[in-house]
Design a protein around this ligand. Structure first.
Ligand code: HEC
Ligand code: HEC
Ligand code: HEC
Ligand code: HEC
Ligand code: HEC
Length: 455
């Protein structure tokens, strides 16, 4: 039988309407106007959810497969592994491209239309269940119903809506949606990014009202405003979709400064610091202490194999520097300075022989130093005190000592390796920010006397 193209397109349209009818609603429910392609396009949502779209557009979720470092690393991974890495990176950085079959090997991401880039509205809001703890084990519905935390969504002509505990940041299950991607195990079975597992071990994951703090509660703060721009909508707890943390857009973008400001606001108070100076002759003279007090997981977390966070400590006698550690010039790689006292937080990737490697697909094991979050509120529990300290032998003549924690999202060593292999545009190096966490910037002077700052 010969099927005409007209008949074919009608039957496809009928099938897609049937597929999108909400599974449990009565037959009288009005058909929704958005097609599957429109549902998958974040641009469609801007008509009614303009604030969500504006925030998301500047987020790392939107940027996840446009990030030049991601593009360079994925290209390098494809070449280094002879293509066997396939969709591994794309499954989290461009999940809709993988789920729709728009990419089958992760090499054509840049050629795909915008709705296939990054972690999109449709991807998160079609999630129905989590099938494992890592590597984006998220099952999506095909029914076209968009799910989130509104228990009694106002019916709208564009799409069906439904409440989902998986999205609800006030429920412990909400964290599993984020955790499914924020937990990376490589094809060689090396667990390298463990944000979700770290959170699960922290006090914040204990499912009691006085302790529970999900990913959403810290990363998607809410304000009281309508959730849709349509007229006469009720006021809801509407959640920010900007999710600032560490990374920013590295390519020219009119909004990247706004995202950078949000990142700095997030980082500044994250750690609690102390600088203690003891009288000469009582062992090490200077001790810096850092406490992961307000982060829901390790610090740093996530892409810790790329992050480098280090303490800069400088001791002066008058205007002369008599001791320093962790001091770099602008643009200088912290790993190239010769500094036996350096206190650095990062994950090292190691091959089977224990040699350091730069990229996740080369790793057999890992090690590293991180600040860990609170696991208990009980002061009698030995795990209650979870801060880390580092001591420096500073000449007793020092009369002023400063410290600050600095952090670069992707170390210059990683960028330089990708530039040298021709995978990364050299201009990205200068766009990479180096942060200073204001809450760790402390100064001790002789006038304050021996003891700790703050006291
Ligand atoms: C024609 C307007 C319109 C368009 C277009 C639209 N929505 Fe909605 N959406 C609404 C309205 C109205 C609500 C209900 C708001 C309320 O109850 O406060 C809603 C609710 C939602 C909810 C909450 C569901 C729940 O129960 O928690 C999500 C998620 C959502 N929309 C996502 C999207 C996405 C993603 C797009 C783009 C593909 C989109 N919407 C396009 C009007 C629209
Ligand atoms: C489909 C996988 C996926 C899901 C689900 C997901 N994320 Fe992400 N997330 C990513 C990727 C990939 C990036 C990194 C993008 C980049 O930096 O290039 C990211 C980045 C982030 C960042 C910014 C990190 C930084 O260093 O700047 C935060 C914060 C974040 N996600 C929080 C969340 C929260 C909260 C949830 C749950 C509501 C969530 N994510 C769900 C994949 C996901
Ligand atoms: C990384 C996953 C993720 C992405 C991407 C995402 N959302 Fe959400 N969205 C959520 C979660 C989680 C909530 C509920 C937050 C809570 O309850 O704490 C939510 C809530 C909502 C709501 C309900 C009102 C509110 O703010 O709570 C709407 C509407 C919505 N999102 C629209 C969108 C639109 C439009 C986009 C794309 C521009 C988008 N979302 C992208 C995870 C995501
Ligand atoms: C108690 C608040 C809190 C909770 C809960 C929380 N975070 Fe964070 N998160 C932070 C702060 C503050 C930062 C910035 C400091 C840092 O980079 O670690 C951060 C940073 C991050 C980063 C960037 C880490 C890095 O160093 O590159 C990611 C990714 C992230 N969070 C994801 C998550 C996910 C996923 C969850 C839930 C499993 C979660 N967070 C739970 C507060 C929180
Ligand atoms: C299981 C999901 C997942 C997989 C698989 C994955 N990533 Fe990511 N990636 C993330 C998340 C989540 C973040 C954000 C973590 C953070 O901000 O600390 C991220 C961040 C990044 C970043 C930005 C931060 C940085 O380090 O520069 C790059 C680049 C990156 N990934 C590259 C890759 C490459 C290349 C691959 C494949 C070899 C890959 N990722 C595989 C989830 C994933």
């Amino acid at each position: 039988m010969k099927i005409t193209s007209a008949a074919f397109s009608i039957s496809v349209a009928a099938a897609s309407i049937a597929a999108f009818a909400p599974a449990c609603s009565s037959n009288s429910a009005p058909a929704k106007t958005l097609t599957k392609a429109e549902l998958q396009d974040p641009q469609t949502c801007a008509q009614c959810h303009s604030q969500h779209v504006d925030e998301w557009r500047n987020s790392m979720h939107a940027y996840a497969s446009d990030d030049p470092v991601f593009i360079a690393m994925n290209r390098r991974a494809q070449r280094d592994t002879g293509g066997s890495i396939g969709n591994f990176c794309a499954q989290c950085h461009a999940p809709m491209a993988v789920r729709t079959g728009a990419t089958t090997d992760g090499t054509n991401l840049s050629d795909l239309p915008a709705p296939m880039h990054g972690v999109t509205c449709y991807f998160c809001h079609s999630a129905t269940s989590i099938q494992g703890s890592h590597d984006n084990a998220i099952a999506l519905t095909e029914d076209g119903t968009l799910r989130a935390d509104i228990a009694d969504p106002v019916d709208n002509a564009a799409h069906a809506s439904s409440y989902s505990a998986l999205h609800d940041g006030s429920k412990v299950d909400g964290a599993s949606l984020c955790g499914a991607c924020h937990d990376v195990t490589t094809p060689a079975n090396v667990a390298i990014e463990r944000t979700y597992a770290e959170w699960q071990g922290a006090i914040y994951a204990q499912n009691q009202p006085q302790t529970l703090l999900t990913c959403q509660e810290c990363h998607m703060p809410s304000s009281q405003t309508p959730a849709s721009d349509q007229p006469n909508m009720p006021v809801r707890s509407v959640h920010s979709h900007a999710v600032p943390a560490v990374d920013i857009s590295l390519t020219p973008n009119p909004q990247s400064n706004a995202q950078k400001v949000l990142v700095q606001q997030n980082l500044d108070p994250a750690l609690v610091a102390k600088l203690c100076v003891t009288a000469p002759g009582n062992g090490p003279t200077v001790t810096a202490t850092l406490d992961d007090a307000f982060v829901g997981h390790d610090f740093p977390s996530g892409a810790t194999h790329d992050r480098r966070a280090w303490l800069e400590l400088i001791a002066y006698e008058g205007t002369n520097v008599v001791f320093s550690s962790g001091v770099v010039a602008d643009g200088q790689d912290i790993l190239t300075i010769s500094d036996p006292n350096l206190w650095i937080f990062r994950q090292r990737l190691l091959d089977a022989n224990g040699n350091e490697v730069k990229f996740m697909w080369q790793a057999a094991t890992t090690d590293g130093t991180f600040l860990t979050p609170s696991v208990t509120n009980d002061p009698k529990d030995p795990r209650y005190y979870h801060a880390l300290s580092h001591s420096y032998d500073v000449p007793p003549s020092a009369d002023r000592i400063t410290m600050r924690l600095r952090m670069i999202p992707v170390g210059y060593d990683v960028l330089d390796d990708l530039i040298a292999s021709g995978d990364l545009d050299p201009s990205v190096r200068a766009a990479m920010p180096v942060y200073t966490l204001a809450g760790t910037t402390l100064e001790w002077t002789q006038a304050k006397g021996f003891g700790c700052v703050p006291q």
